[in-house]
Design a protein around this ligand. Structure first.
Ligand SMILES: [Zn+2]
Length: 319
């Protein structure tokens, strides 16, 4: 039986690709706001609402149990407003233009964290619903990523463990950066046919060689079974030798692009570090990978930003 995570990712991608939108919708969309900052933050606050029933259905179909809309506490509202305020101006403008709804869901058993689904605006324009699992509201980025990487492995008595060190900033800031990059990508159609990285992707989902034949192709993120923890050093050594900012980036050209640009913002705005570490049963470090220090990753981060700039210049009315 496939791991529920497989089905979740499949749904996410189907959700992004399935519907057809009239291209004329772009022309009818309102122009970007003249003022940003506080006004944008309160405009975005007004978009927060319960998840669409189709979204709840997608979580349930992906194996999540006890799924229900999350009721935000005052403290959680403050955390969300602070994460929105942390976003670069361009990202807030994109959300103001393209975000139909931002929702939080209680789905404690879900393996997926966030779901971005296209929807149609009142004038037929392309809009998006972003739904985020409420548990992440309180999580630091380090705790969130450590938990996420743990889902790649099954315990085998080796005592190995994987730890991600990405500072004590909010996981929500990272998630909003990552999901908003998906919105940008879809609105400008950057990676749907494989994107700018033909040395890495032969199409949206297929890795190029040598990555397709390498250890990096054998993770849950590549729709493969969980690996025993004793194989974690090999997997992270493969990451160290590849131009990906994370293993999650190997899931598709779209995830690669979202990871590159999310980490570009985190590292440049907040100096957020990123270290994947494998420890043995005595807590001794076996492997340590710092993708943001890799020249190959840094050059792809800049290439992703250049691809975004090109796409914006070619279609200035779309975002
Ligand atoms: Zn994603």
């Amino acid at each position: 039986m496939p791991h529920p995570g497989h089905r979740f990712r499949a749904l996410l991608v189907v959700g992004l690709l399935m519907a057809a939108w009239p291209s004329a919708g772009f022309a009818q969309a309102p122009p970007p706001p003249a003022a940003v900052g506080e006004q944008t933050a309160s405009a975005l606050r007004a978009r927060i609402g319960p998840p669409h029933e189709e979204t709840i259905k997608a979580y349930v179909e992906a194996g999540a149990k006890d799924t229900k809309p999350h009721v935000l506490t005052d403290r959680e509202w403050a955390l969300i407003e602070s994460a929105i305020a942390d976003l670069p101006v361009f990202y807030r403008q994109v959300l103001e233009r393209r975000l139909a709804r931002l929702s939080f869901i209680d789905a404690p058993s879900s393996t997926g964290t966030a779901l971005t689904r296209p929807s149609e605006g009142p004038n037929g324009e392309l809009m998006f619903d972003i739904t985020i699992r409420a548990e992440v509201l309180d999580a630091s980025l380090s705790a969130f990523l450590t938990q996420k990487e743990a889902m790649l492995f099954s315990p085998d008595g080796s005592g190995y463990q994987v730890q991600v060190m990405a500072g004590q900033g909010s996981a929500l800031t990272y998630i909003l950066l990552h999901e908003t990059t998906h919105v940008i990508d879809r609105a400008l159609d950057i990676t749907m046919k494989g994107g700018p990285f033909t040395a890495v992707w032969t199409d949206y989902r297929s890795l190029a060689q040598p990555y397709a034949a390498g250890a990096i192709a054998h993770s849950v993120y590549r729709r493969e079974p969980k690996l025993p923890l004793s194989q974690s050093p090999g997997l992270y050594r493969a990451l160290a030798g590849a131009p990906f900012v994370s293993l999650y980036a190997t899931a598709s050209a779209g995830e690669d692009f979202a990871e590159l640009l999310a980490w570009r913002e985190l590292s440049s705005r907040f100096a957020t570090p990123l270290t994947f570490q494998v420890l043995d049963g005595r807590g001794v470090e076996i492997v340590s990978v710092e993708p943001l220090e890799s020249p190959a990753v840094r050059s792809r981060i800049e290439a992703a930003q250049a691809a975004l700039t090109r796409a914006r210049t070619a279609a200035p009315d779309k975002l």
